[in-house]
Design a protein around this ligand. Structure first.
Ligand SMILES: *Cc1c(COP(=O)(O)O)cnc(C)c1O
Length: 248
């Protein structure tokens, strides 16, 4: 099991390197984030002990369950799942350093209140729904600039960039469109010169489409399956939790 994970990490690093070379990008500008949903703490540890220190969970429950087992190994914990406002206290308690899935004003507002009370700040990425799929979370691209502007008013939320989940499709062109939308939004927001807003990070690309994402400017690729193997739950379990049957 250890050999498998290390072998897979080598393959992923090579894929990232090749994609960077092909698109004229600097390897140092692309970070590998390990998406650890359903992965046991023991297996995550193997990656952490071998120099891969950026991980992310989708659910607060899993963050909580693995916290004690991982807390003594230096690493950086992001959150990439849909966050309900009643779980805000948990992501702060369990040391999440970046919320990549900030997609609505009420969440930003409540998070800000909680951070103010604790005299802390947190990094955030604005999640954008670039695939126009009802099942995915994220702000509509047409509302992303406005949401960014509003969230920039909350002094405890350090906006570092944008995040998206691309379309699931074997057609690279269609997936690429999603990543282009995110990069264009980044440029648009930069152009607005909103005070306190950094737009350095583009978190996009996963096991199946990281090359396309890197070609389109990704600075963080989020990889799960290609490192830890297939999951037993379908992704809809993580991405749809309270969106099922909401289609108008
Ligand atoms: C699970 C997940 C990933 C990783 O997906 P893989 O296809 O397993 O690489 C990336 N981003 C988010 C938001 C995820 O939930």
């Amino acid at each position: 099991m250890k050999e498998d994970i290390l072998h897979n990490l080598t393959i992923i690093n090579n894929r990232i390197k090749t994609a960077c070379e092909r698109s004229g990008r600097n390897l140092n500008d692309v970070k590998l984030l390990l998406a650890t949903k359903t992965v046991s703490a023991d297996r995550i540890k193997i990656a952490l002990e071998n120099g891969h220190t950026l991980i992310a969970e989708n659910k607060v429950q899993e963050l909580k369950e693995k916290y004690d087992d991982l807390k003594d190994i230096p690493h950086d914990n992001h959150f990439i799942g849909h966050l309900q406002t009643n779980k805000i206290k948990d992501i702060l308690k369990y040391d999440v350093t970046c919320l990549q899935s900030l997609d609505r004003l009420d969440l930003a507002e409540k998070l800000h209140q909680k951070l103010l009370a604790e005299n802390r700040t947190i990094d955030v990425l604005i999640q954008v729904n670039t695939s126009n799929e009802e099942s995915k979370f994220g702000v509509d691209p047409s509302k992303a600039v406005e949401l960014t502007r509003k969230i920039s008013g909350f002094s405890t939320l350090k906006i570092k960039g944008l995040m998206t989940i691309g379309l699931f499709s074997a057609e690279t062109q269609k997936v690429r469109v999603c990543f282009k939308i995110l990069r264009n939004l980044q440029q648009e927001i930069l152009h607005e010169h909103i005070p306190h807003v950094e737009m350095k990070e583009l978190s996009m690309g996963m096991s199946g489409d990281l090359e396309t994402a890197i070609e389109e400017g990704a600075t963080i690729v989020r990889v799960g399956t290609a490192v830890f193997g297939a999951r037993i739950y379908p992704d809809s379990y993580y991405w749809n939790e309270d969106k099922t049957n909401t289609k108008a």
